[in-house]
Design a protein around this ligand. Structure first.
Ligand SMILES: [Zn+2]
Ligand SMILES: [Zn+2]
Length: 123
């Protein structure tokens, strides 16, 4: 007889974010972000790198957003990715265009990301 996990509501969908990371953004990456786009304002660059994907196994890299204040509606955001080793690169990715049915809550991830859309996670 096994006790049910306290968080187990019986659904099979992934309803958690990965949230791996909590790494501090290195000075090198910070410089790379500025080099990637000269409109970047240092104030809005994140300090901590935290994976924004839905829970996933280690065949999928972790992805963290490092800058999401580029001007323009369709300008995307700057991300970094890593797996076993700490992240070493940053790159610009277009936004995921998926929105939730009904209220139209936009997904906070990049186009063609693995796993669930952010609006499918955590209600
Ligand atoms: Zn992850
Ligand atoms: Zn999405």
């Amino acid at each position: 007889m096994t006790e049910p996990h306290p968080d187990d509501d019986g659904s099979t969908r992934t309803d958690r974010f990965c949230e791996a990371g909590y790494l501090l953004l290195t000075e090198n990456l910070r410089n790379d972000i500025r080099k990637l786009d000269d409109r970047v304002t240092p104030y809005h660059v994140v300090d901590e790198i935290i994976c924004h994907l839905a829970e996933h196994d280690d065949t999928v890299d972790h992805f963290a957003i490092v800058y999401d204040h580029l001007p323009g509606h369709d300008s995307g955001a700057i991300w970094t990715r890593w797996n076993q080793d700490p992240p070493t690169t940053v790159f610009l990715l277009p936004d995921c265009t998926s929105c939730s049915p009904g209220i139209g809550k936009p997904c906070g991830l990049f186009a063609a990301h693995p796993g669930n859309h952010t609006w499918e996670i955590g209600g």
